[in-house]
Design a protein around this ligand. Structure first.
Ligand code: NCD
Length: 309
């Protein structure tokens, strides 16, 4: 193994070998999650702090479960976005919590770069659980895990990411992760929601869904209205008419993913969400095992085939 990884701030911190190491370990932790007693002693006596300054259901609950299933002591703190608008108050909070000598701080913040700031203020390992519209690396890892489980290696596969790419930290991390694993990535959506210059990442970009049949996997993004300061689309109804992923737009054999929460009937039709082509439930399930593997990688980091039992 190369340099031990101290923080996970971006998918770029990992590279293909790092992604594979974490996902291989996640597979052992998925086995633990299938047991009646879903606990291993790996982080006994160590403390994990979850700091969520933005709303979250899946990410916060799965980080909490992941740390608990590794036997860590867990402190979970939630604050409304408005109380932490200044870097200084975030710093004060982190310094206060550092008095407990946590091994890891997991942070979600509406501000781009928040996790990397926190990494500069604490001795703990920092995990970025989403910083504004920048990155969400553990989401990308759990998505690659889910796909590997279902279709095997991603080498040469075509993945289309559809919708509000502009405001999506998931898109940014997933583009990097899918490409690192050898997939081809296409971004599709209204031109106003496709970041200018994003082709530089080596992705195809299109305002049309005409060639959607090319995709092995259709990764649908939520319309993130809370991040939209202006009118990027005429109405949600018109958006749905042109870009909603529904049975009429899919061909047999394609798989559909979404990071959640879904706006039913906007970016995805209800019948697709609840159908066998949807991997949404598997994505949520993968979240716990993958986050266990991330915490293990940062806090224990032993060789590839370390026993987890
Ligand atoms: C995403 C997020 O918060 O970035 N959700 C998640 O973590 N599962 C995507 C979103 O909010 O649309």
């Amino acid at each position: 193994m190369s340099q031990p990884l101290r923080h996970l701030l971006s998918i770029g911190d990992l590279g293909r070998a790092g992604i594979e190491r974490i996902l291989d370990r996640a597979l052992s932790f998925a086995e633990v999650s299938g047991r009646e007693i879903k606990k291993v002693p790996a982080l006994r006596g160590r403390t994990v702090v979850n700091l969520f300054y933005e709303s979250s259901t899946r990410t916060s609950s799965s980080f909490e479960l992941a740390a608990k299933r590794l036997s860590a002591d867990v402190v979970s703190i939630r604050a409304s976005g408005s109380s932490v608008d200044k870097g200084e108050s975030l710093r004060d909070t982190v310094e206060t919590l550092s008095a407990y000598d946590p091994a890891a701080i997991v942070i979600r913040s509406p501000h781009v770069g928040a996790a990397s700031l926190v990494a500069g203020w604490t001795e703990a390992s920092v995990v970025n659980a989403g910083d504004g519209k920048h990155e969400h690396p553990t989401q990308a890892l759990l998505d690659v895990f889910t796909l590997r489980q279902r279709i095997g290696p991603l080498e040469g596969r075509s993945i289309w990411i559809v919708g509000d790419v502009l405001h999506s930290r998931v898109a940014r991390s997933n583009i990097l992760a899918f490409q690192a694993m050898g997939a081809r990535v296409t971004l599709a959506g209204p031109p106003t929601l496709l970041p200018r210059g994003i082709e530089q990442l080596g992705v195809e970009v299109t305002p049309q869904l005409d060639a959607l049949a090319d995709a092995d996997v259709v990764y649908v993004l939520r319309m993130q209205q809370e991040r939209m300061e202006a009118a990027y689309i005429p109405t949600l109804r018109e958006y749905a008419q042109r870009y909603q992923i529904n049975p009429g737009r899919l061909r047999p054999g394609q798989l559909v993913m979404h990071p959640g929460p879904v706006n039913r009937g906007v970016e995805l039709s209800a019948d697709v969400i609840d159908s066998a082509v949807s991997l949404i439930g598997e994505q949520v399930k993968a979240g716990v095992a993958v986050r266990m593997a991330v915490l293990y990688e940062l806090l224990v980091g032993s060789p590839r085939l370390a026993a987890v039992a």
